[in-house]
Design a protein around this ligand. Sequence first.
Ligand SMILES: Cc1ncc(COP(=O)(O)O)c(C=O)c1O
Length: 465
Amino acid sequence: MTYEEDAVPGETALPAATAARDAALPAACDAALPAACDEPHAGVGKPTAATGLARAQELDAAYVIHTYDRLPVEFVSGAGAELVDGEGRVYLDFLGGVGCASLGHANPRVAAAVREQLGRVWQVGNHFHSERRGELARELSGLLSTTTDEAGRPTGSTSTVWKTFFSNSGAEANEGALKLARRWGDRRLGGASRVVTARQSFHGRTLAMLAATGQDSFHRDFGPLPAGFSSVALNDLGALVAEVEAGGVCAVMLECVQGEGGVWPADLDYLRGVRQTCDAYGVLLVVDEVQTGFFRTGAPFAFQLAGIEADVVSMAKGIADGFPMGAVAARREVADLMAPGDHGSTFGGNALAVAAALATLRGLLDGGDVPERDMAEHVISVGERLAARLAGVPHVREVRGRGLMRAAHFDVPIAGELVRRGLERGLVLNRVGDSILRFLPPLVVSGEQVDAMAERLGALVGELA
Ligand SMILES: Cc1ncc(COP(=O)(O)O)c(C=O)c1O
């Protein structure tokens, strides 16, 4: 079946798709109930009259662990930087599946690659070879050894060879990164095991990544957390040097632009200083590129903006246009400290994820998904336009970030209200603080879509403050 023949996202396909899904629900719910159980669980195991969003909310409340306060909308399709809800309303998406939809929603090239792989084989496990997995790792090595200027324009490449381990998420990629770092400490630094991270950082939700995350609010109630982590203020090189000098450190782990913590960029000079410090003490520089990777900041990876090399790089989000995948790459000298049995993942490098990632990389690299320019140029220019438009929105006191990873910091705590009301105006927005909106649109977002979003946002702020 070709992409064109299948359910191409579009308004005409929507009602049918939604109706078919809703029709399937009652049967699915009944089948899920134990045979001997006449009473629906919590009174909602049997379908009620609710459909669409109301039904989704009902099922969510009854059966899904409440770790997210969801917004009252169900998206059923999308294309590029637009999403469509169950009623057929179209939204401009400035969250991009939380920074994942790099080539945009339902990208035809990625969809076709996954479909093609679906017809072959999905999951055979890591006990067997796969040419495509190796190809993807080789492509990543090339991307990681790219050099760029401070805006992200490519200037050449290093001769460094990178080796990759594939996982399923950002947190899992970071776990792999820190196992590499601990192994480095064990073999090269006399057993050093401490990891220094930055305050306000975010590295994921596993217990070790909560410990690595430099925000106390994530540490409460889940202890004891793994030991060996400390955090210092971002952009304070003196504090970092002092922490490394204190001894026992195997790695420094940083986001080059802190995302979840409020979109706080590391200064490029600071990153250069961190690199020098790591070199001086033989400590690894682990860069968490889960959010910043794959052209989000203009460069293939954000560490490249500083003209430095990292030792270990974790990635996820944009790697496969929203298909779940993570990866950790390391310079060969570090990677080769791992041996069979030291690390693993059942689904890591799954054939579908690899197909999605290869197609995504090709889309990012050949520029075919952004008209008339390459991805770095596109992200740099549309990112600057986004920053300029946000600066013109009333009550914005600061615009931060790089490329298409930006924040508007307001002088009033209206971010939550803007997210809620934005939906009514066809905007998907995201808050990372009471006064901070974060913008992570699909990288294929156009300048016109940026203008339209900023106009609607400006009007909304005018009504609220
Ligand atoms: C910088 C960074 N690291 C790690 C993670 C965790 O990724 P995941 O949610 O895929 O585990 C995130 C998620 O937002 C992130 O932004």
